[in-house]
Design a protein around this ligand. Sequence first.
Ligand SMILES: *[C@@H]1O[C@H](CO)[C@@H](O)[C@H](O)[C@H]1NC(C)=O
Ligand SMILES: *[C@@H]1O[C@H](CO)[C@@H](O)[C@H](O)[C@H]1NC(C)=O
Length: 668
Amino acid sequence: MPNEPEMARMNTKEVGDGAAVNRLYEGAICIVLAAGFSKVEKELEDAHGEDLAGLPKALLPVAGKPMLDHWWEYLFQNRLISDIFLVSNALKYKHFERWATAKGIAVSRVVNSGATAVEKGRGVLRDVELGLRRAQQVLGQIDSRDVVVFAGDTLFFKDFDLQRILDFHFYKGGSLMLYYGRRDADNTAERGMCEVDVQTSKVVSFVEKPAPGQRGSDFPFVSPLFYILEPKAWKKIPEFNSQLLTRSCSLTSLAGGGSFSFGRFVQYAVGEMKLPFWGMRMPGAFHLIGASTGLEEYRQLDRTFSSMSRGQDGLAPGRIRTKTYARVGLMGNPSDGFNGKTLSVTIRNFWASVELWESQQLRLLPHPLFDPSTFSGLADLHFIGRREGYYGGSRLLMATCKRFQELCTSRGIALPSKNFTMRYDTNIPRQVGLAGSSAIVNSAFQALLSFFNLSSEHIPLELQPSFILSVESELGIQAGLQDRVVQVYQGLVFMDFDAKHMKEHGYGQYERLPRASFEWLASLPFFIAYEADPSDSGKIHSNIRARWDAGDEEVLTAMKNFGELTLKARTAIENRDHAALADLMDQNFNLRRTLYGDACLGWKNLQMVEICRRCNSAVKFPGSGGAVLGLCREEPRASVDAMDKVQEALEAENYVFCPLDLVMPEGL
Ligand SMILES: *[C@@H]1O[C@H](CO)[C@@H](O)[C@H](O)[C@H]1NC(C)=O
Ligand SMILES: *[C@@H]1O[C@H](CO)[C@@H](O)[C@H](O)[C@H]1NC(C)=O
């Protein structure tokens, strides 16, 4: 707790090396980095029956509360830090958003980096830049403020004293880093190594991740990711990034963002720019839990902090786990609901999963994030209700089970009487048309099939999409068949919803295209972009369905044309014709725009389209809107630059950018 009564944000403090530079201290801006992908998350996901599975590392409990809560307490108690921004990746974004709102932090302060896998991220420096940019947007003028940067999924030691560090920073001025004496376990090639003049505390040199034998590998100190940067220093970050970008583009791809590690910048600031950095030594015994730490180290950290053992969680055998990927509509949508033809492909970036195991009673577990039932107050409930609506995923599980029972009865399948427990998880962004709800339904359906030892022998593959659609129709979700088809078949799927065939069979003609075609497609520079903060309100609903039912000539013709585009796209893929495919995507969007009108598409969608086109990318909707699917026109090898340009342009307008990773499971 603060010693003094709550004071105003502005504090007069003497800043600088005893030189009494009297200036108003406006409070530091804090950028919390939580966008990484860690080994412990992966291990928790693989450990079936683990209650913590799905949580981002920074929110894993240590001593009974999330790691970030420990940080939050340090920060909250500190008047000198007035603004907090958190950078998350695209998969765990919702978790952080919910964490922030429960703490009274505005959602605009949680930044989505768009990354969905290690190799799709562009490194910590880019995340810091995104955070700085958001801080500028939210706060306006920040030019004179210090910036604190640290990793939200790292805890240093019990009773970490942030105040003492800030006091030291006030006294010294300049920028500050923490350091500790190198331990045997520290591999210098994974650490920021530094030399510090112990008398003056001045950082003499810094080398990021030196290989054995290289300069820096014999330095006595290691610096973890915690820095206080003066304005002179942090303002150089965007410039440094674009230099790195230009340099590394000409060499290789930026995969992994390794070259954008924060230490690279520190090395530059200390070495080349000669900016003053002061070092503060940390005590010896502490736990650093970096990206490479696994479950065991995490448990150890938890034990150290809580000084008591959690005990071994038993891993229950016999659990079923199913996973359904999100998809993008590649061509022809939205004609799937109108007897047209479409091409669609599954993406590895996002998915929904269901876990199911036998139990005494039949239970459907609510998801802690998406089916909230505990709130930190009425204001919190109001916020969540307004933002997320009332429809979580547990109704999808219930409807799937209900319809599953009906389906089995109607097909003469006698289900044994066994009870089970079912729960789900998803990281598919909502309301941007990436087929999030059908992914949950399909996962639940596949888990039920597996639990009752049924297969496509009992429920033929071509009937499964219609079943999934029927679950959603029961809940009043308006949808076409395309998403369900591609999620059941997986990979790159061609669909023909010809009226006569549909009428005769109750389903369309579905064909998974060969792996060679898929692989060529997967090598192209595809991306999606979506609204960081989508909402349903204000959307104007189209009258296309009504006009179709009334036999409107314009609608009938347009739907036929969407089908034609799909046939041409299929040919373009078979001919490996990148340019033709890009042209067709643009035509698909143009046709949609003419048919639906700008008011119906919404200005944000149109703005994303405009930005992509300005950056020489073909673009269309991957689904019903809220997101766009882009394809750089540059050849794959020359596209790194182009991808960066379009990413910058979209992020400048606060859209989330995400390079796509198409997926076709092995064995298909
Ligand atoms: C399923 O659970 C109910 C209680 O909710 C119980 O009465 C029933 O016997 C259980 N069925 C089986 C097969 O265990
Ligand atoms: C599941 O079904 C297969 C054939 O469909 C059968 O060979 C197998 O014994 C069944 N397993 C169980 C546990 O019923």
